[in-house]
Unconditional design. Sequence first.
Lengths: 113, 293
Amino acid sequence: MHELSVVTSIVKIVQQEVHKIKGRKALELYLEIGKLSGVEMDSFYFVWPQCIDGSALSDAKLFIEEPAGKARCAECETEFHIDKSFDSCPNCNSPFKEIIAGKELKIKKIIIK
Amino acid sequence: MCTTCGCSSDENEVRFTKIGDKQSHSHSHSHSHLGHFHHHDHEDHHHECHHDHDHDHDDHDHPHDHHHDHHHGHSHEINIVQLEKDILYKNQLTAERNRGFFEALNIFSINMVSSPGSGKTSLLERTISDLKDKMAFSVIEGDQQTTNDADRIHKLNVPVIQINTGKGCHLDSEMISRAVKELKPVPDSILMIENVGNLVCPAMFDLGELQRVVIISVTEGEDKPLKYPDMFYGSQICIINKIDLLPYLKFDLEKLKEYAKKVNPHLTFFEVSTTSGEGLQAWYDYLAQSIKQ
């Protein structure tokens, strides 16, 4: 249930940003949570309401982008889609690769009033 | 209240116990102060808690219901903050600081992760008792409850601190930073951090270790690396423990290695038995090499 740590980190960061510009609350929040980030979205949504309750995010609209997994083969440089972090290269079958997308865990943008 | 993780009720706060000092103190894990969803006060928290508890929500029933579209010239200023910030940046920042400290003092810090029962603590005990005359050790034990593991290590007369995470499922870099300040590991030593037994959550939290070691015992399934890829992906070393039991099990060691290599082709393997001592020498050589400058 590390999603709780993730959500509480989000709440903390957003509250800091709101206070930094002396805003009142966050209206919209744009996140990027990659498919390979290790965050279960079901668990994320489960803890979300409890974590934002009474905070500057309590009314915030949540927009989450979930980039798919993408890797570049270290042997033949093919770029390919991956569902699991251990998918091998479809071209040469090598397991050596660099994951170039899908691991994102980011706050992109906050709209603050 | 966090019904699953339950990380922040009073009885679940993170607790640090330095064994031998007989003093135990606790502090709330930083994330427990967040979100204002816990209404109890932590009267003694004096560590970072930057947010202002007084920010007011008392104007919820503002008479003029402003629509949230972005009209210009609206009486309330709308700010767009392009943050582009990593959600776990704070953990990463502290992890990097920890790592800098370890590198500067040549403290070889190892984050040991595995499922419960794979033999982490036994491996630690055996390693330390076999090597403690040759090199200096210190240990951080992470468990949800009890100081049992730290008590076992304390019997070997090495500095040890127990972190009880309450219902928390993993250690984080802030806990390590704090534990290290109390533990005061000496230069040119080995710091073993035994993470909470859990193959999922600790994978996401860099502690600032120099190496992450995943331990799997042959009484587990060969396909564990495929089932819990993040942990194997994020580790550099894989210790396969309890190999003395192989004759009694239908366990395909090569298959395990094949699966683990599929997830992380860079993994280095050590096949050991903490009970019989088989294979431990290679592990010991590796440790000795790691603090040689």
